[in-house]
Ligand binder design. Structure first.
Ligand SMILES: [Zn+2]
Length: 448
């Protein structure tokens, strides 16, 4: 439902004030960032204790009080939760009284096809919009302006990004001169040449979409001799972009590629700066730690599970929550000068696993590294039917010898699994995307 004009103006004023502050926060001193973070930790803990059944119950059971939480490091006193625990009883994570201003119920389809619902209150949604200015300042480096540029979004209709965008359109009033001009297209809905014609007509400064789609789009165009307008920057979030696609866009076409880190649970988690070396984490809004399988925090440089605490959303309170991604914190500050810490690499989903008959599991990245090196094929998807049968989908990007590559893929996967499974190789033009628009490297149909 659309807000009244007065309400839209009031919330716009709030967002504009926040956005003004946002432009300096990434360069604040670490002490000042941590002070901001700690203040939000104490506030959300107090709120959870007073109004949110799950946290009230768990804190009482552990003999904890709000005073025991002074900083983000104390959040691991709370039980480690994940999407499954949340999905069993979502209402336990919502306040039972003292309801925050109504916002939006985000619907997201997970990789397994199940639907997840998450409530966000209005203030936290608008703070996320203000946080977006951290990324806009990075984009301005390439487009030359913070507002008024042309952006084309290639996102699926009904995606989390489009639900959030409609919310902003309904609840904010933005003067045309400071807004950006945006066109939205559903990837793959039009035939390739028609999609390219739309892009060429609009001439976007910024092209946004799925990492698995953007590179593939430019590569398919090149194979068919079609010319696409070159934007000043390409931005993707939600999934990853294969390394050769990124190299093609950056080196061959001269289009800088910038990634962002977002989730339905915490909205904006991180963004890449102009140097594009890692992802700066907005720790003032989302506390992030990297932990081992037992939930213990690991030092920078070591990979582990991403555990987040959303410090701003009161409509669904999620603290010490395993997001399902695997990442590594960098140990050096970024040379760009921003003090927000950097995730060096986001290594994919922790549930992208192949399950072996002997009980071991192989992570998607481990499998991909080996298969790519052995076959020189970069774009591969492995689908596991059961312990003994796999199919490999591979994209032939001008290979000299497809048959040799097929044999190499089969031999390498057999050796990785340590058994003699039946493996089929199918050559395709592009890897299929899942129901949520993302392409996964490994899909296991085995129930682990
Ligand atoms: Zn940086």
């Amino acid at each position: 439902m659309r807000s009244s004009f007065a309400s839209r103006l009031a919330w716009s004023a709030y967002t504009v004030a926040q956005a003004a502050m946002e432009s300096r926060i990434p360069w604040d001193s670490t002490e000042s960032l941590l002070r901001r973070q700690n203040r939000r930790v104490r506030r959300i803990i107090r709120f959870a204790w007073e109004h949110v059944p799950f946290y009230r119950r768990e804190m009482v059971a552990r003999g904890l009080h709000p005073e025991d939480f002074r900083s983000a490091a104390d959040l691991d006193l709370l039980p480690l939760i994940d999407g499954q625990i949340y999905a069993r009883n979502p209402h336990l994570f919502q306040p039972q009284d003292a309801l925050p201003t109504a916002g939006l119920v985000l619907q997201s389809s997970g990789t397994s096809g199940s639907t997840k619902q998450l409530r966000h209150d209005r203030r936290s949604l608008l703070l996320a919009l203000a946080h977006g200015h951290r990324q806009r300042h990075v984009l301005a480096h390439f487009t030359g302006r913070v507002t008024g540029y042309r952006e084309l979004n290639l996102v699926r209709d009904g995606s989390v990004a489009s639900q959030i965008r409609s919310f902003y359109e309904d609840h904010l009033w933005t003067p045309r001169r400071v807004d950006l001009t945006r066109v939205v297209l559903t990837p793959g809905e039009l035939p390739l040449d028609a999609e390219i014609a739309r892009i060429n007509d609009f001439m976007p400064d910024v092209l946004m979409g799925y990492g698995s789609y953007l590179g593939a789009l430019f590569l398919s165009a090149a194979r068919r001799g079609l010319i696409i307008h070159r934007p000043k920057a390409a931005v993707y979030g939600a999934d990853s972009m294969p390394a050769p696609d990124r190299a093609y866009l950056e080196t061959e076409l001269g289009i800088p590629v910038i990634s962002t880190y977002q989730s339905t649970e915490a909205l904006r988690i991180g963004f890449q700066c102009e140097l594009r070396r890692g992802l700066h984490v907005s720790i003032d809004a989302v506390a992030v730690r990297i932990a081992d399988a037992g939930g213990r925090t690991v030092p920078p440089g070591q990979p582990g599970d991403v555990i987040i605490s959303n410090l701003t959303n009161r409509a669904t309170v999620l603290l010490n929550y395993r997001l399902g991604d695997v990442a590594v914190f960098g140990s050096e500050p970024c040379p760009c000068g921003r003090t927000l810490p950097v995730i060096d690499s986001l290594e994919g989903r922790s549930d992208d696993l192949i399950h072996l008959a002997d009980g071991r599991s192989l992570h998607a990245l481990q499998v991909m590294r080996r298969l790519r090196t052995a076959s020189s094929v970069e774009r591969i998807q492995v689908v596991q039917q059961d312990h003994q049968s796999f199919s490999i989908l591979a994209v032939d990007a001008g290979l000299p010898d497809r048959k040799a590559a097929s044999s190499a893929l089969v031999a390498e996967l057999s050796s990785l699994t340590g058994s003699h499974p039946s493996i089929s190789v199918e050559w395709v033009d592009a890897l299929p995307a899942g129901a949520n628009g993302k392409t996964r490297l490994v899909i296991s149909n085995l129930r682990s």
